[in-house]
Design a protein around this ligand. Structure first.
Ligand code: FE2
Length: 212
């Protein structure tokens, strides 16, 4: 393992600065992903409209609080390892590897379809980081596993709204948030509800990178 600019001057006892630096390097993108997710959840909380407004609006606040707490845990672990957590909006935007959430004012299914994709990106990258860190630092692995337990439960809450009678997700195969939002349109039509805003935002949206 070669030293990187995340190598701290000291780290937790028994780990060493090189390994500590690698763990910091793995944790920083997870911190950005969690801060981004917390903001995205609030964005949806504010922009969801339609007949399922209150259910989704209220479901997202406990998720936001939990994700903020996960971000705090990741940042404080970076500090404990002797590193410097980057928590500013500018650092988040310049260092992240994905696009901004792309759905604006839209109904519940459109947002949940897009949010499922967001959770998939965060969970996949969290799992990858947990796997790599397992052989270096079991304490950080434990932190990430704790995050994953909740993140995967939250994604289930989202997916439970998107499953059709055959047990499939109605937006399965979508490769962008806009596409996922649009894929929920047939379900909205069968319930006779108006698809406020979804088409308009889908057209304007840029496709999101999948990793978070
Ligand atoms: Fe609120």
């Amino acid at each position: 393992m070669s030293p990187s600019d995340t190598t701290p001057r000291y780290s937790v006892p028994g780990l060493g600065v090189r390994k500590g630096g690698r763990v910091i390097e793995l944790l920083q993108p997870r911190l950005h992903a969690l801060n981004d997710l917390a903001l995205t959840l609030k964005h949806i909380h504010w922009n969801v409209v339609g007949p399922h407004f209150i259910a989704v609006h209220e479901m997202l606040d406990p998720q936001t609080a939990a994700v903020r707490s996960m971000a705090d845990g990741a940042a404080e672990r970076i500090s404990a390892l002797g590193g410097e957590p980057h928590g500013t909006p500018g650092a988040l935007v310049s260092e992240r590897t994905w696009d901004d959430y792309s759905v604006g004012r839209a109904d519940a299914l459109a947002h949940l379809g897009a949010l499922d994709l967001v959770y998939s990106g965060v969970v996949k990258d969290h799992r990858r980081a947990a796997e790599e860190v397992a052989s270096i630092d079991p304490v950080t692995e434990d932190l990430l596993i704790g995050h994953l337990r909740s993140l995967e439960q939250f994604q289930w809450f989202v997916r439970a709204h998107l499953e059709n009678g055959s047990g499939n997700l109605i937006q399965a195969g979508a490769s962008s948030e806009a596409e996922a939002a649009e894929a929920t349109a047939p379900v909205r039509k069968t319930t006779g509800k108006k698809t406020t805003g979804t088409k308009r935002t889908a057209k304007k949206a840029t496709s999101a990178k999948r990793t978070r």
